[in-house]
Design a protein around this ligand. Structure first.
Ligand code: MSP
Length: 525
C-alpha cells in the first residue's frame, strides 16, 4: 500500500522527577487517539513520546533520593513511565529519552550548526530562575511570596522561591526572530491552537523577545556544549530537540524528510516553549517549523492544576484498575473539551461509565448480537429487505456523523468527534425501541421486516466498531470479533476509518459469535 498523508504527532517528553498522574496520562491519551484515528485512515503516521531527563530538577530529586541522576532516571522510566503506556494502552511508535545516545549526538550537531551560523554568543547573565519550570522567569511571572516565603520573590506557577543565578552563559539570538515569528503566526493562523492560545502567543511575541540563555555551568547533568564542556545545554533546548532527533535529524536524512514537520500536542503551561522558542530555533537552523502546536487545558483539582508537588495527583491505575483503560480513554476525551480545562470527578466517571458505555453502547451491542442469534439459524446476519424512511434516516445520520467526526478530529476537537459518534449509538438505541424487533419476530409475516431491522442494527455496529477503535481499544476489537466480520472484511485495524459511514459493508450471512460483556457492572466498594 502506498504511504498516505504524513502525520507525525508528538507528546511533550515528561520529567522523570516523579511518577505519572492522570494529567500526564491525559496528554498521552489525546495524542494516541488522534494518531490512531489517522493511522486507521491510512495516513503515514508516527507517534512519538518519551522522557525529559536532564536539568536541575531531576538532578536534585535524584540526589535527595541518594541516587545518581542516571540511576534515578533509569529506575523511573522502567518502573513508572514505560508502564504508564501499557496502563492506558498507548500505541506509540517510538519512545525517546534525552539520555539516549542518538539524541545526545544529534543535539550536538544541531547546536554546532547554530553556532556556525552565528546565532550563538557568550555573555554575563543574571536572572531569577525557577527550578520547577526550569526557566528564568519574566517579570510578569514573578510575585511576592506569602506565608513561609514572605519577603521573597516566588514563581507565579509553583509558588516557590526563585533562585538568583549569575553566570557566564551562551545565548541564542532569539530576539532576531521576532518578525519572522509574527509573520509565521499570520501566514499560518492555525500554527498555534486553540484561538485563545494563539492570541496569547502573538501578544507575547509582539512585546519583543529577549535572547535565550542556552547553557549552564554550575552543574553538569546535561549534554555538554560541544565547543566548551564546562557548560551543559539548557534543559529546554535539549528537550525540544527530541522531536527532531527522534526522527533522524542530522544522521538519517531519509527518515527526517519522511516525518518532519511534526504536529505537537502540549499542555498550555508549556505552550510558549513550543510556539516561540522552538520555531525560532528551527528557523535559525534553516529547518521547516512544526506543522502546528495545540495547547490543551489542565485537569483541575479544587480549581487548581492537578500536580504531584501540590499532592493532588491521582495515579492512572487508580482509575484503570476499576474501570479499565477503555473507560479512562473515553471519559477524558468525552467529558473535557480538548483545549479547555476540566475537573475530574469519580461521580462523573461512574455515571458516564454506566450510562454511556455500559447501558448505551455495551447494551446495544449485546442486544443486537443476541437477537441475531436468537432469531436466525446459526446466528447468520439476515439480508435487508426494502428500506423504509426510518432505516434510511439511520443510514444518512450514520454517514453524516462519521464525516463530522472525522472533520472534528482534523481540528483536534476529540470531544466533538466522540459526541458525533455517540449520536449513532443513541440513534440505534432509539431505532430498536421504535422498531421492536422482538415483536416483529413473533409473526412470520414480518420476517422480511425483521431482517431489515436487524441488518440495520448489525451494520450500525460494524460502523461503530471502526469509528470507536481509536478510543475503545479493547472493546472495539471484541465487538469486531463477535460480529464475525474478520473473514469477509478483514482485520479491524485495516478498515478505512474515513469511509466507515458508508452503508452496506457488512455482508448478509456473516455469522455472529459470542460477545463478552464490554463494560461489566462495577460494584461500589
Ligand atoms: N518536560 C517538560 C516538557 C518538555 S517537551 C519538550 C514538561 N514535563 S511535565 O512532565 O511537567 O509535563 C508534561 C505534560 O503534562 C505537559 O504537557 C503538561 O501540561 C502535562 N500536564 C501536567 N499536569 C497536568 C494536568 N494537571 N492536566 C493536564 N495536563 C498536565 O513540562
Amino acid at each position: 500500500m502506498p504511504a498516505g498523508r504524513p502525520f507525525y504527532l508528538t507528546t511533550p517528553i515528561f520529567y522523570v522527577n516523579d511518577v505519572p498522574h492522570i494529567g500526564h496520562a491525559y496528554t498521552e491519551v489525546a495524542a494516541d487517539v488522534l494518531t490512531r484515528w489517522h493511522r486507521q485512515s491510512g495516513d503515514d503516521t508516527w507517534l512519538l513520546t518519551g522522557t525529559d531527563e536532564h536539568g536541575q530538577k531531576i538532578l536534585r530529586t535524584a540526589t535527595a533520593n541518594g541516587a545518581t541522576p542516571k540511576e534515578w532516571t533509569d529506575r523511573l522510566v522502567e518502573s513508572a513511565w514505560k508502564p504508564l503506556l501499557e496502563t492506558i494502552d498507548i500505541a506509540n511508535d517510538d519512545f525517546i529519552r534525552t539520555t539516549d545516545e542518538r539524541h545526545e549526538r544529534r543535539v550536538k550537531l544541531f547546536i554546532e550548526k547554530l553556532r556556525e551560523a552565528g546565532h550563538i554568543y557568550e555573555a554575563e547573565f543574571e536572572g531569577l530562575y525557577c527550578v520547577g519550570c526550569e526557566e528564568f522567569k519574566p517579570a510578569s511571572e514573578i510575585v511576592e511570596g506569602v506565608g513561609e516565603y514572605a519577603g521573597q520573590k516566588v514563581c507565579a506557577i509553583h509558588g516557590r522561591p526563585l533562585e538568583l543565578m549569575h553566570e557566564k552563559n551562551y545565548f541564542f539570538r532569539m530576539s532576531a526572530f521576532q518578525q519572522q515569528l509574527l509573520d509565521l503566526y499570520k501566514a499560518q493562523p492555525d500554527f498555534v491552537q486553540p484561538e485563545s492560545a494563539r492570541n496569547e502567543v502573538v501578544a507575547f511575541v509582539s512585546q519583543g523577545l529577549n535572547d535565550l540563555s542556552i547553557s549552564r555551568s554550575s552543574f553538569d547533568w546535561g549534554i555538554p556544549i560541544p565547543w566548551d564542556d564546562s557548560h551543559v545545554l539548557y534543559v529546554w533546548v535539549d528537550a525540544l530537540l527530541n522531536y527532531a532527533t527522534a526522527v533522524g535529524y542530522g544522521e538519517d536524512d531519509a527518515d527526517f524528510a519522511r516525518r518532519w514537520p511534526a504536529q505537537h500536542i502540549v499542555g498550555k503551561d508549556i505552550l510558549r516553549f513550543h510556539a516561540v522558542i522552538w520555531p525560532a530555533m528551527l528557523m535559525a537552523a534553516g529547518l521547516p517549523v512544526p506543522a502546528g502546536v495545540f495547547g490543551h487545558g489542565w485537569l483541575l483539582v479544587g480549581g487548581e492544576k492537578m500536580s504531584k508537588s501540590k499532592l493532588t495527583g491521582i495515579a492512572p491505575n487508580e482509575i484503570t484498575d476499576t474501570f479499565g483503560s477503555d473507560a479512562f480513554r473515553y471519559y477524558f476525551m468525552r467529558a473535557i473539551s480538548f483545549g479547555q480545562d476540566g475537573s475530574f470527578s469519580w461521580e462523573d466517571l461512574s455515571a458516564r461509565y454506566q450510562a454511556e458505555l455500559a447501558n448505551g453502547f455495551g447494551n446495544l451491542a449485546s442486544r443486537v448480537i443476541a437477537m441475531v442469534k436468537r432469531y436466525y439459524e446459526g446466528g447468520a446476519v439476515p439480508a435487508p429487505g426494502e428500506y423504509t424512511a426510518a432505516d434510511i434516516t439511520v443510514q444518512t445520520n450514520l454517514l453524516a456523523a462519521a464525516l463530522s467526526a472525522d472533520a472534528a478530529i482534523e481540528k483536534f476537537a476529540i470531544h466533538e468527534a466522540l459526541a458525533q459518534v455517540w449520536t449513532i449509538v443513541d440513534a440505534l438505541n432509539g431505532y430498536i425501541t421504535e422498531q421492536e424487533p422482538w415483536a416483529l419476530a413473533k409473526d412470520e409475516a414480518d420476517r422480511e421486516r425483521l431482517g431489515t431491522v436487524l441488518y440495520t442494527c448489525a451494520e450500525g455496529l460494524r460502523a461503530l466498531a471502526v469509528l470507536l477503535s481509536p478510543v475503545l481499544t479493547k472493546a472495539a476489537p471484541k465487538l469486531w470479533s463477535a460480529l464475525g466480520v474478520e473473514a469477509s472484511l478483514g482485520a479491524l485495524a485495516a478498515q478505512p476509518l474515513r469511509s466507515a459511514g458508508e452503508w452496506g459493508q457488512l455482508k448478509p450471512g456473516t455469522v455472529v459469535g459470542d460477545l463478552e460483556p464490554l463494560f461489566p457492572r462495577i460494584d461500589a466498594a
